[in-house]
Design a protein around this ligand. Structure first.
Ligand SMILES: [Zn+2]
Ligand SMILES: [Zn+2]
Length: 169
C-alpha cells in the first residue's frame, strides 16, 4: 500500500489527494493475505501528510467456543500522520521524529500505509472471537462441533461443580 507523495509534499498546506485502496496484505503475519478495500485521503499539513482512511477487510479467525475457522469482517477508520525523512525540495535529511512509533515517509517520498492497516486491523480483532452470536460450541463429552448437528451424548451431562456436591451428599 505504497503511495508516492513527492508531488503532494511540494504543494501548499491543505492540498488533498484521494486514493482508492484495493490490495492484499498479510495482516496477521502468518502468510495469509487479506483483501483491503476502501478510500484514503491524504492531506498536506505544515509538517507532515495526514492520512485519513476508511477501509474494509476480513481475516480468518478461530472461534473461541467451537474452534471452527471463520471469516471475520473488519471495518477500519483511522487517521495517522506521516512525517517526511528528507526535505522534498533539497533532498537534505530531516531530523528524526521525537517518538519512535511515528510513521514516516521514506527517502524516496513513499508513504506506506501497510503497517498502519495491519496495526488497526489487529486492534479491531475481538479477544474472544465467535463464529456467530449463537455458536453452539463443542460437546463437553465427545468434542463434536454442535453447530454441525447434535452428537449422540445424553442431554444432561454432570456439571463438575455439582458432582463434588453429590459426593458430599
Ligand atoms: Zn463457533
Ligand atoms: Zn457429545
Amino acid at each position: 500500500m505504497q503511495i508516492n507523495v513527492s508531488q503532494l509534499l511540494q504543494e501548499p498546506i491543505g492540498a488533498l489527494r484521494d486514493y482508492k485502496v484495493n490490495e492484499v496484505i498479510d495482516i496477521k503475519g502468518d502468510g495469509t493475505g487479506s483483501a483491503v478495500e476502501g478510500e484514503c485521503r491524504l492531506l498536506r499539513t505544515q509538517r507532515s501528510i495526514l492520512a485519513t482512511c476508511s477501509l474494509r477487510t476480513a481475516v480468518e479467525l478461530t472461534c473461541s467456543r467451537c474452534l471452527g475457522q471463520f471469516s471475520h469482517h473488519l471495518k477500519l477508520k483511522f487517521e495517522e500522520e506521516y512525517l517526511p525523512t528528507v526535505d522534498v525540495a533539497t533532498g537534505a535529511p530531516m531530523p528524526p521524529p521525537e517518538e519512535a512509533s511515528t510513521f514516516t515517509i521514506d527517502e524516496h517520498h513513499i508513504l506506506d500505509l501497510t503497517e498502519a492497516v495491519r496495526q488497526y486491523s489487529l486492534l479491531a480483532i475481538p479477544m474472544k472471537p465467535l463464529c456467530s452470536e449463537d455458536c453452539a460450541g463443542i460437546c463437553q463429552n465427545c468434542g463434536k462441533n454442535l453447530n454441525q448437528g447434535s452428537c449422540g451424548c445424553p442431554k444432561q451431562y454432570t456439571d463438575p461443580r455439582w458432582s463434588e456436591l453429590t459426593k458430599l451428599l
